[in-house]
Design a protein around this ligand. Sequence first.
Ligand SMILES: Cc1cc2nc3c(=O)[nH]c(=O)nc-3n(C[C@H](O)[C@H](O)[C@H](O)COP(=O)(O)OP(=O)(O)OC[C@H]3O[C@@H](n4cnc5c(N)ncnc54)[C@H](O)[C@@H]3O)c2cc1C
Length: 552
Amino acid sequence: MSVDRNSTNWCGWGWQASRYDFKGHRDYFLSWIGARLGVDALHTSTPPVSPESIELPATRLTDADLQALSVAAGGADAMTTAPRARLLRALGRSLPDLLRLRRGDLPYAPDAVVLPASEAAVAAIMQLCREHDWAVVPLGGGSSVVGGIEPIDPRGRPVISLDMTRMCAMVSFCPQDRCATFQAGIYGPDLEATLAQKGWELGHVPQSFEFSTLGGWVATRSSGQQSNQYGDIADMVVSCRVVTPEGIVATWNGPVSAAGPDLDQFIAGSEGTLGVITEVTVHIHPKPKTHKINAVLFPDFALGSAALSDIVGAGLRMSYMRLSDEVETETYLKMSGPKLIQDMGLSALRVLGYGENKCVALVGTEGDPETVDREVGEAMAIAKRHRGLSLGGGPAKNWHRDRYMHPYMRDDLLDAGIATETHETAVPWSRVAAVREDVRASIHSAVKAQGLKAHVFAHLSHSYPTGTCIYFVLMYPVDAKDSIGQWKPIKAAICDAVVRNGGTISHHHGVGLDHKAWLVHEKGVAGMKLMAAACKAMDPTGICNPGKLLDT
Ligand SMILES: Cc1cc2nc3c(=O)[nH]c(=O)nc-3n(C[C@H](O)[C@H](O)[C@H](O)COP(=O)(O)OP(=O)(O)OC[C@H]3O[C@@H](n4cnc5c(N)ncnc54)[C@H](O)[C@@H]3O)c2cc1C
């Protein structure tokens, strides 16, 4: 297993020992962002409390309960109530999760943690929880950013955190069918390393790749950075096995079926509310021989957006295709520090029309060299028709190298009193401009209502012929006295603006606790009833991740 949870940052992202590498420009960037927000970020220090100072509520399970749980889980080392084990599974990695962890604000934690090593152990735990009416929260990497793993039950029952990460083996590999089956608790790097030994890959690389699992990806309908080429995780699932309180659901393992609704598509996105996904068969492909990514500059966001739409509309499956808006473009430039030569180059471009509103895009793909050259060439020709100017491969190389490092910066900014929140949605191409304007304006006014300033930017990624995902990032000064009370109206303003413009409440982060109130806008009242009925059929007493996705 590539991740030992004990070596991860208990109140932030990734490895405990890793920090964001500002490459010597930390002070420059903090001064710049501080000036944008009207605060002195450079001289602000708001470190987290020490984890040892946090007092978790005592477990509500008796010794006899714990004994029964450890027998079901497979032995004494498969069950724990150790404070650190409970703390590390008490919250995900959303902004409010980090704010609460850093303050030591943990009114709840799992009553026990179980770490089964087999599907039989998962089934035994599920059976025991059903008998005792204990809630079960399936846990993968714990990287949820929507309140997906909070160990709370609206009915107040004890909560067991069911950590799947010991179930991390490859079960079968069939290159002839282009399929491999894995236990669901396998982390991204382990899955890809196992396939790479055989010359194959899955190609699902969310930014959280290193710290998230196959089961978590399926349960949240995750999207990877190369989804344009390989699809979202739901497109890659061929079949799966789910342990529910009513027994095991094993979906048909084959290419396509017209035999009724597709159960895999119902399980994908169920967020632990149907049961525990134990095994997944995925569609794999031979490892690509090469990749090529170009950076392209557009005079403005509208032209860049039209280019991306035309590239995907032409059937070019660019595995890397991402357009930063003008504020994100500027922010990335500032993150790389003062650069005299770069600044001179950009000034020269101003006269050609690439001024204040310029936006940078990354366009590229992977595969065999001939196809890559041809497809990137065709995509660049389309970009050129929209006044896209090639900047070559240099900037893209840096992005590719650092792509898993950016989340670490959130912790540095929180240390300096600045919150970073993200929200993503998907809309048809025709609504991209409207949703961007409305979400940006709504954030600025929600933060202004608190007497503060926000820094807001967005990018397009995960594009489809019919529309695209738009991903927002906002930064604002943290109100140390009530950081959660401060966050709530900002989050609500974003969600309201998204649904007002016909966007989905989530393109890939999922629903959890945080987006639940807005789900009905997309599913409708009858659709919500259908989902609730399916959950009730598999989980009549509502023990599976209660309160997430749906009200239970
Ligand atoms: C810095 C950062 C970057 C991110 N980038 C991306 C990104 O690029 N793309 C993306 O899609 N998401 C991204 N996310 C969100 C998150 O990583 C995904 O939702 C991911 O799929 C969660 O996987 P996990 O294993 O960590 O699941 P967890 O966080 O442990 O669980 C998430 C949900 O799935 C359920 N679950 C987990 N395992 C199982 C199982 N075996 N059976 C049933 N239910 C289960 C949980 O109960 C919970 O509801 C990011 C998050 C962070 C913090």
